[in-house]
Design a protein. Structure first.
Length: 126
């Protein structure tokens, strides 16, 4: 029964993450298209030198904008372990009382517990 619940939680977590990632990609694409449309409107029919320059740039530009990636130094140290982190998050059960923190100190204790548990999990699943 518990194993079934953990599998269900894992599947829901993965599905939610995938949907969030897809939504983010769609939003990025919409923003790119919106920027392109604004530039197209600014270029108009190319009557002024500025409009002609912008039109020339838009005509040369590929409509696909490369996806931006985060610089390596800004990535989490756990980025390479994303599947294992998701697996940990799906199975982790917080200690009693850690759902609602009573104070900042209590929050720190709960988060430290989670960090230590994650480290142990990652070491045990290498």
């Amino acid at each position: 029964m518990i194993r079934h619940s953990l599998i269900t939680v894992l599947l829901v977590s993965v599905t939610t993450y995938t949907q969030a990632e897809q939504t983010t990609n769609v939003i990025e694409e919409l923003n790119n298209l919106k920027q392109r449309l604004i530039l197209e409107q600014m270029a108009g029919e190319g009557k002024t030198p500025l409009q002609r320059s912008l039109r020339k740039h838009l005509d040369r530009e590929d409509t696909t904008i490369p996806k931006r990636t985060s610089p390596t130094h800004l990535l989490s140290p756990y980025s390479a372990d994303k599947p294992r982190i998701q697996q940990f998050e799906a199975q982790y059960i917080a200690p009693d009382g850690c759902e609602n923190w009573r104070s900042e100190r209590h929050m720190v204790e709960c988060q430290n517990h989670k960090i230590r548990s994650r480290e142990i999990f990652l070491k045990s699943t290498k």
